[in-house]
Design a protein around this ligand. Structure first.
Ligand code: PEP
Ligand code: MN
Length: 283
């Protein structure tokens, strides 16, 4: 009689460090006072881009009040066209620092180039490697040499093994503080910006020891879909979510269409508390 194979047997034996082993516990990544990958779910919220002091501080205060555990905000933005807003750079990093000083929320922000790693590290608690840089190997090696926690986003068209391959670059350099992030992939479906691959959460939980969170904002491209997909992500076993929030989404300089308003974020958090309870976790 044929026996059922385990998914693990399909995974390339060349993947080593990111893969579960008998004697390797699940990795937990400490960021500020939080631990990602434990029983407590992490909620990272904030604007796509840091636009102004008012915009960032208003968002930071309100997401904190609604129960977010970390603040996101882009200072260096990877835009499809060079004509689009590219981010306020160092000025934005300083505003993030100010928002942290006021709210206590740890900061996650993207670093796009090897040269900026030292700078972004000084102003943040966690470095984000964006989807477009998932295969920027010099950058992966460089952040692997830091001791910062890394939020590694899945490439737009990366397979799960390629995603883990990217994580291996960071782990191999000695930095084991890696959190994976499923943020949607390109498929033939045009109605959503990307297709949020929640099965990747289940797969990664089965084959990898690394924590994984989900980004339903980029994953769908529509704020009206975000609360539902955030709930689904937690139900699927995600260790948390990262979402875009803006006080005036219609005026945002980037990704307004997918950004939740402050009220929408607060409402979403209520729904997430019920899911957290149902899956035996806290939020
Ligand atoms: C972002 O977080 O704003 C972003 C650009 O994400 P991604 O790299 O997943 O597109
Ligand atoms: Mn964005």
């Amino acid at each position: 009689m044929n026996e059922k194979k385990s998914l693990r047997t399909k995974v390339s034996p060349e993947l080593q460090l990111s893969i579960k082993h008998q004697n390797r516990d699940s990795t937990r990544v400490r960021v500020g006072g939080f631990e990602i990958g434990g029983n407590h779910l992490v909620v990272i919220a904030g604007p796509c881009s840091v636009e102004s002091r008012e915009q960032l501080l208003e968002t930071a205060r309100s997401v904190k009040e609604s129960g977010a555990s970390m603040l996101r905000g882009g200072a260096f933005k990877p835009r499809t066209l060079p004509y689009s807003f590219q981010g306020h750079g160092v000025e934005a990093l300083k505003l993030l620092q100010e928002a942290k000083a006021e709210t206590g929320l740890p900061i996650v922000t993207e670093v796009m180039s090897v040269e900026d790693v030292g700078l972004v590290e000084r102003y943040s608690d966690m470095l984000q490697i964006g989807a477009r840089n998932m295969q920027n190997y010099p950058l992966l090696k460089r952040v692997g040499k830091t001791s910062s926690p890394i939020l590694l986003k899945r490439g737009l068209s990366a397979t799960i093994e390629e995603f883990l391959g990217a994580a291996e670059y960071i782990l191999k350099e000695g930095n084991w503080r890696v959190v994976l992030c499923e943020r949607g992939i390109r498929t033939f479906e045009p109605l959503t910006r990307f297709t949020l691959d929640l099965s990747a959460v289940a797969v990664l939980k089965q084959i990898s020891h690394l924590p994984i969170i989900v980004d339903p904002s980029h994953g769908t491209g529509w704020s009206s879909l975000v609360p539902q997909m955030a709930k689904a992500a937690l139900a699927a076993g995600s260790d948390g979510i990262i979402v875009e929030v803006h006080p005036h989404p219609e005026k945002a300089l980037s990704d307004g269409q997918q950004s939740l308003s402050i009220d929408e974020f607060r409402l979403m958090m209520q729904g997430l508390r019920e899911i957290a309870k149902a899956v035996g976790r806290t939020i």
